[in-house]
Design a binder for this molecule. Structure first.
Ligand code: PXL
Length: 289
């Protein structure tokens, strides 16, 4: 069985970060350890008055205990990190545990052209340094612009822009693969485009562009993508699994837009994800059409 560790906060309510990653990775048949970086009553995007209990001081002691136990991981997945100090500690964790592991960094910090609440303007440069240690990074278009210190182009882009962005992400940040999410060329389709800088090859996969927006869909996408890659899927199969799962989850949440910040009903799409993950490596396509 593959083993992963997911490093991000626990937002107790509001389906994102660890409350998404743990069930998603588990249902894909992956043993999932967690390294919680903070406990919040809810995430920060849509609720007011949330609590925040910082767990930065726990990261190094947990890592040392795992070292003493000889615990190793097939992959390390990182998500929302609340401070520069946490980025430094996670970077040390990757040095200690990442030699034989796939290092998957989701540089969670921004959306819709803006940094999330609580992040200082110099945070993206620190996150860019962490991305250098990754095998693969998964920014949305806003995060990609912040990582590169470029203006956010909004919806005004074409295929050349996306391909250039991916080349700049891998070239400037120094990670071999990058995926950008939320790509829409044709208003009917939405998906993800990836670039493998060693192969000099692009990959893309699109599904239906549903006319709704919910909080937490990035975490649904990235945890399923991390799971598929951990199971040995190539980028073609992994993008399909993650995009299809995310769109299923969004479709199953339509009608709940009045509470968009409660996240998506990804629970109702876990059965399909489990089946798709189970078909990986069997020579079958990752998902029945
Ligand atoms: O979904 C990303 C995320 C994770 N964790 C916390 C957040 C957010 C986005 O707002 O606030 C605490």
């Amino acid at each position: 069985m593959k083993r992963t560790v997911s490093i991000q906060d626990i937002s107790c309510f509001g389906r994102c970060s660890l409350t998404v990653a743990l069930p998603v990775l588990s249902v894909m048949g992956i043993e999932t350890a967690i390294l919680p970086t903070a406990v919040l009553s809810t995430h920060t995007g849509g609720f007011s008055g949330f609590t925040f209990h910082d767990l930065t001081g726990e990261i190094a002691p947990i890592a040392s205990h795992w070292k003493r136990e000889g615990i190793a991981f097939d992959s390390i997945g990182t998500g929302y990190l609340g401070s520069d100090e946490q980025i430094g500690l996670v970077s040390d964790f990757i040095d200690d545990f990442g030699k034989n592991a796939l290092v998957f960094v989701d540089p969670v910090m921004a959306d819709h052209g803006k940094l999330y609440k609580g992040f200082s303007p110099d945070f993206p440069a620190k996150m860019a340094k962490l991305c250098r240690k990754a095998d693969i990074i998964v920014p949305n278009l806003t995060e990609a612009a912040f990582l590169l210190n470029e203006p956010f182009v909004g919806e005004d882009y074409d295929e050349d822009y996306i391909r250039g962005l991916l080349c700049r992400l891998t070239g400037t940040l120094g990670c071999p693969r990058a995926v950008v999410t939320g790509v829409i060329y044709d208003p009917a389709r939405q998906g993800a485009v990836a670039y493998d800088a060693k192969e000099k090859k692009f990959y893309e996969y699109y599904g239906e562009n549903l006319p709704v927006s919910f909080h937490g869909t990035g975490d649904v996408f990235s945890s399923s993508l991390c799971g598929a890659l951990t199971l040995g899927a190539d980028l073609t199969a992994a993008l399909k699994i993650a995009v299809d799962f995310t769109i299923d989850a969004i479709r199953n949440t339509m009608g709940c837009e009045d509470k968009y910040w409660y996240g998506v009903n990804f629970e109702t799409a876990l059965g399909g994800l489990s089946a798709a993950a189970g078909r990986l490596g069997t020579g079958e396509p990752p998902r029945a059409e």
